[in-house]
Design a protein around this ligand. Structure first.
Ligand code: Q46
Ligand code: ZN
Length: 312
């Protein structure tokens, strides 16, 4: 198998593009896909400051790497969830990348440790406040990323969601006809009100397999295991189904998700409608000032609850 572009020996075949690439041309392909995503979805410009949400996994570290190599001003935030060996290892991978690669581009890593603030790791905390672990985790991560983005004056927050993640999420939303979530499934969500950072997903044109290959070829040391809490999740089931379809007909995930985005674009006014709707009901949390629909935001309520139930 030879590289479609330069005809030297290929290291990866991409059936959905009917192409194969050598390392250099594959890196060019990956960078080009990200550059196209940024441009076509008006994500950010070279002068803007980006905060990348990193987990230690291949997608978020590859995203940080690609943005820096494309010349963007990208720092990162890592939230240590306190899930035993998984968190220890992922924390170490993020720190290693920050010191070995990001620092050479002058980029900075911010850290937040759940245990330090809540007094317990995510599993114990969720159990003590009687909430599912992943929803507790979602609330904490969303809150901390938004807080750091606003406090440190980043223009935009970027996450490492890839084509597989977005196609699986779309499948879940369609299966359950979650129309309000469908409206928010685009790869670029504007800051709906002051106090909420703009959110973008620059990897939505690249598959999980392509990002794993990018990380390996570029010697990015990432944590291979998924978070242990993800076991048996619906998202993993949807991914499996989509992978089977993809093997039978390469390009299925791309047609599904990109086709959805095309249809959404034609529908357009939704973003404006949501912004006005959000603006009408959101106001600053009386405890931390982040926007919320209640008097006190769900994060502050959770932390207040943690103070009463977590053993000191
Ligand atoms: S929500 Fe749940 Fe993930 Fe948090 S606890 Fe792990 S699996 S990391 S995206
Ligand atoms: Zn609050």
């Amino acid at each position: 198998m030879n590289c479609t572009k330069c005809k030297t020996k290929a290291v990866i075949g991409l059936p959905r593009h009917n192409a194969a690439f050598c390392k250099g041309c594959f890196n060019g392909f990956v960078h080009d896909q990200v550059a196209r995503a940024i441009k076509s979805e008006w994500m950010f410009g070279k002068e803007e400051r980006i905060l990348v949400a990193v987990s230690g996994g291949k997608d978020s570290l590859a995203l940080w790497d690609i943005l820096l190599k494309l010349g963007y001003r990208a720092d990162a935030l890592y939230v240590n969830l306190g899930i035993g060996a998984y968190s220890e290892q992922s924390h170490a991978k993020v720190t290693k990348f920050a010191e070995a690669v990001a620092a050479t581009h002058g980029a900075k890593l911010h850290l937040h440790t759940v245990e330090q603030e809540a007094g317990a790791g995510i599993k114990e905390l969720a159990m003590l406040i009687h909430r599912p672990t992943c929803s507790t985790c979602g609330t904490i991560k969303r809150y901390q990323f938004n807080r750091v983005a606003i406090e440190q004056e980043y223009d935009v927050m970027a996450t490492g969601h890839n084509l597989d993640d977005e196609a699986a999420r779309l499948l879940g939303n369609v299966l359950h006809w979650q129309e309000e979530y469908l409206d928010k499934q685009g790869p670029s969500l504007p800051a709906s009100v002051a106090g909420f950072a703009k959110k973008v997903k620059p990897l939505y044109r690249l598959s999980e397999r392509e990002l794993a290959a990018y990380a390996v070829l570029n010697r990015i040391d990432y944590i291979v295991e998924e978070c242990p809490m993800a076991k048996g999740s619906k998202t993993l089931q949807y991914k499996e189904v989509l992978n089977r379809l993809e093997t039978e007909s390469p390009g299925t995930k791309q047609t599904f998700y990109w086709g959805f985005l095309d249809k959404q674009k034609k529908k357009q006014p939704t973003a404006t409608t949501m912004t006005e709707k959000d603006r009408a009901v959101l106001h600053p949390c009386t405890s931390c000032s982040q926007p919320t629909t209640a008097e006190v935001c769900s994060y502050c309520k959770m932390m207040a609850r943690a103070k009463t139930v977590v053993p000191q």
